[in-house]
Design a binder for this molecule. Structure first.
Ligand code: PLP
Length: 390
């Protein structure tokens, strides 16, 4: 992979190593092929003529592919413009449909969930995270036991910053049998864990294309039939009236192709083994390194070496052509404090040193070794400077 960097007015080309798959995964070749083929087609999928039908067939095929990966029925898949849109539909639309009295979220939610909860105008009850990064289920149980109205519980399955896998079976068991509504943000779980939407408790789930090797700008809301009237964009009857707007057939086709390919690609890349190697190599060099969260998904590590600020490390790594994240980059591109680590009780000083490395379908041992070498060189420079100053 190569990227062009502007330097003193000229453009320099050098190898770049991408270690930020939780932000967005590179386009899978299967998705690119599907996208390019679909872009050659003309028309509107709602038209009944041959051109329209060809596009409709692509969308139908993609719906089957998404349903297969999500363990859902085809009719339960509603294509949206992003997971953020699907999440907003589930929470803002769901609160209206189910006459919710309050929204329950956790302190570790993505902004897409937290902001949608806020946008309902209803009381938002936030449950804490335990130091291991998991949602405090005792708190959830207490809230459910004392609730008077209908709650809309909106929780993530896998945390985007730490990779912590939430105890989904216990969440399902707590909320599923009650009158309350359960929405799960499955964006970071999709393709990596078995979803089984149709047979499990959640009323709604959201998934995203660009986390599994499809282009950005496509997501899906999974809905059970009793949540079929949950709306955000009414529009012209597309998606059986559940999401208005002419379907983006080409990106939907790419999303389907990515869903069909991603699990074999993950298995091929062996990301869990690569993350274990990265953590072991860093720990050997910096025994004081801390890894945040327990019961984590194998594609990501969020760690800190005390005293090595993430803003400085990320700049140094970027100069070496290594793209990682602090896990909390806001849309302005600045590094901000992590609300997830704060909720886990990590001190602000240590959280300032947190870096997230997330791997995906095209990650290699070479990428990991380059990261370890790059990070070690930054650490060595910092240690040398500190010794000089002492
Ligand atoms: N939820 C989680 C856990 C995420 O990681 C993300 C993306 O970073 C989103 C929601 C939003 O997804 P999208 O970018 O498709 O709107």
């Amino acid at each position: 992979m190569f990227s062009a960097h502007a330097l003193h007015g000229s453009v320099m080309t050098r190898p770049a190593i991408y270690l930020d798959h939780n932000a967005a995964s590179p386009l899978l070749p299967e998705a690119r092929d599907a996208l390019v083929a679909a872009l050659a087609l003309t028309g509107n999928p709602s038209s009944v003529h041959a051109h329209g039908r060809a596009l409709r067939n692509l969308i139908d095929a993609a719906r089957t592919q998404i349903a297969t990966l999500a363990g859902a029925e085809r009719k339960q898949v509603v294509f949206t413009g992003s997971a953020t849109e699907a999440i907003t539909q589930a929470i803002v639309g769901g609160a209206k449909t189910f006459a919710s009295s309050a929204i329950v979220i956790s302190a570790g939610e993505h902004a897409a969930v937290a902001k949608a909860a806020e946008a309902t105008g209803l009381p938002v009850i936030t449950i804490g995270l335990l130091p291991d990064g998991s949602v405090d289920l005792d708190q959830l149980a207490e809230i459910i036991a004392s609730a008077e109205g209908n709650l809309l519980v909106a929780l993530h399955w896998v945390n985007n910053e730490t990779g912590v896998i939430q105890p989904i079976e216990r969440i399902n068991a707590l909320v599923g049998p009650t009158r309350h509504t359960l929405f799960i943000d499955a964006v970071q779980a999709f393709g990596k864990l078995p979803l089984d939407f149709a047979a499990s408790a959640p009323d709604m789930m959201a998934v995203s294309g660009h986390k599994i090797g499809a282009p950005a700008g496509i997501g899906a809301l999974l809905v059970k039939s009793h949540a079929d009237t949950v709306r955000l964009i009414p529009g012209g009857g597309q998606e059986q009236g559940r999401r208005g707007g002419t379907e983006a057939a080409a990106v939907i086709a790419a999303f389907g192709a990515a869903a069909a390919a991603i699990q074999a690609r993950y298995a091929e890349a062996g990301v869990t083994r690569l993350i274990e190697r990265l953590e072991a190599d860093l720990k050997a060099f910096s025994p004081d390194m801390v890894v945040f969260g327990a019961n984590r998904l194998g594609n990501v590590t969020n760690f800190a070496v005390p005293g090595v600020k993430n803003a400085t490390a990320m700049m140094g790594l970027d100069l070496l052509g290594l793209s990682v994240s602090s896990g909390s980059a806001c849309s302005s591109g600045k590094v901000g404090p992590s609300h997830v680590l704060a909720a886990m009780g990590v001190s602000p000083g240590l959280a300032d040193c947190a870096l997230r490395v997330s791997l995906g379908w095209n990650s290699t041992a070479h990428d990991v070794d380059a990261f370890v070498a790059g990070y070690q060189s930054i650490l060595q420079r910092q240690r040398a400077r500190q010794e000089q100053a002492a």
